[in-house]
Design a binder for this molecule. Sequence first.
Ligand code: HEM
Length: 500
Amino acid sequence: MALTQIILEGILNNLTTLLVFLVVFILLWKYLQPSPYNFPPMPSWKIPFLGHLSFFNLKTHGEKDFWQAAKNLKSSTIAVKLGPMTIVILHKYEDMKECFMSDNFTGRGRVMLEELVFNGLLRDGPRWKEQRRFALSALRDLGLGKNRMEQKIQDECLYLTKTIEEYNGKPFDPTTITNTATSNIICSMVFGHRFEYSDQSFKRLMFLMNENFNDNLRKAMLSEMIPGTKYIPGDFFRMKRLKKNLDEIKETFLQPEFEQHLKTYDPNNIEDFIHAFIHEQKAREESTEQHWFNKQQLMWNIDDLFNAGTETTASTLRWSILCMLHNPNVYKKVRAEILDTIGPDRPVTMGDKRLLSYTEATINEIQRMHLIAPMGGLHSNEYTTEFKGYKLPPNTGILVNIYAIHHDPDHWDEPFKFKPERFIGPDGNFQKDDHIVPFSLGKHSCIGEGLARMEIFLFFVTLMQKFTIKSPDGHPLPPMEGTGGGTNAPKPYEVCFIRD
Ligand code: HEM
């Protein structure tokens, strides 16, 4: 008895030491095991929990810092740790093509904030595949690339022109009107109707969406990357605000629109995205196959269409105006081409595109130099994947530095100069370059590319046709700097539009 007690006491007294020893041993053993994976070179310094997060300027999308890190490591493919995730970053067009065209990288990483956002078209997996296919076909049927959408944008050009005229040449910040015009195009496509620029409920919708996309979402995502921040009292990381805005959008706008569309649904008259969705939902009612055509999914899809399709196009238009202020010679040539070809009054059409080579070259140069999404969207692999001699574990993040591709000195002559002429071929006509990828490419490429291109062309050419633009008297030119928000918009500036 006494002996058993002595042994038991001995074990108990040393149990803590034993456990500590065991944990240290397992950790050391795991650490010393050769990893079955191998990653591209990584910047050497990293901070526990944050990884390389603190090395990058979070006021931008990190594009310049990542590129510099790649140059320092003498490798166009690098890896970084951002919070808990390892992310491989590509800097070459050929690598982007190989990676994004393959089926191996269609994931969206560990989906952040997934109970709140990113559950619609910006997602991954079978649900995303089904919804992407549906959205692409719905957008096509609703008139993308055909006259129907063109007509709606032309109508919006008239409203935009009229609103700008009301400023009488006085300086103003074009942020609100460009956002309103592009939001109205998404409204026409999704709800089947547009709003007046002065409509208070529309202003509120835009405010909520803009605040979420450009401010709340970014902060909430940061909180997901830094462990423990969720438990900080208050709402420093804007999680509550994000949710509150989403609830208001749903209750005040989406829900009533959905109810109204249910009442007016006519299978022979599908004129907008909501009716197309209800149509598909009804077609699947009897189906035993798994599908995601339900009301909640529609709400998420609409949220994604607004988030992805409003600010992006509006910011591109604001970069365009800014580029014209900074490059008066290009501006003069663009205006002259437009006025010589279309004249001052006729509405601009998509058919004019092939006649306006220099203008088209200028738009390409604007999108080359001023990216709305310089790092594109986050991709990831589902299974262990070999890529460029590296062996990546499942759920490795993949980002492409589109900024680096658009400025790659191996491809572009004087990449940091604004030179639309680089897109003019020997025959004097516009010449496309595949290395321009503002909409990304491959399996997750932007589904709104066709619509966005149409909007940018029609809005930009109309503005150039109708107005002389100039900086307010006595003011220096606004800086060519981006905000680095959800979309890399130019910093707010004022401009005068003078009606000719
Ligand atoms: C100048 C305007 C725009 C730019 C520069 C742009 C750019 C992009 C980029 C870079 C991506 C990420 C692709 C990837 O992860 O590889 C994307 C995705 C997406 N965009 Fe756009 N976009 C624009 C306008 C639009 C518009 C007007 C819509 C809506 C009609 C839209 C809807 C989407 C959607 C739904 C996705 C997610 C696609 C997927 O994951 O399968 N975008 N866009």
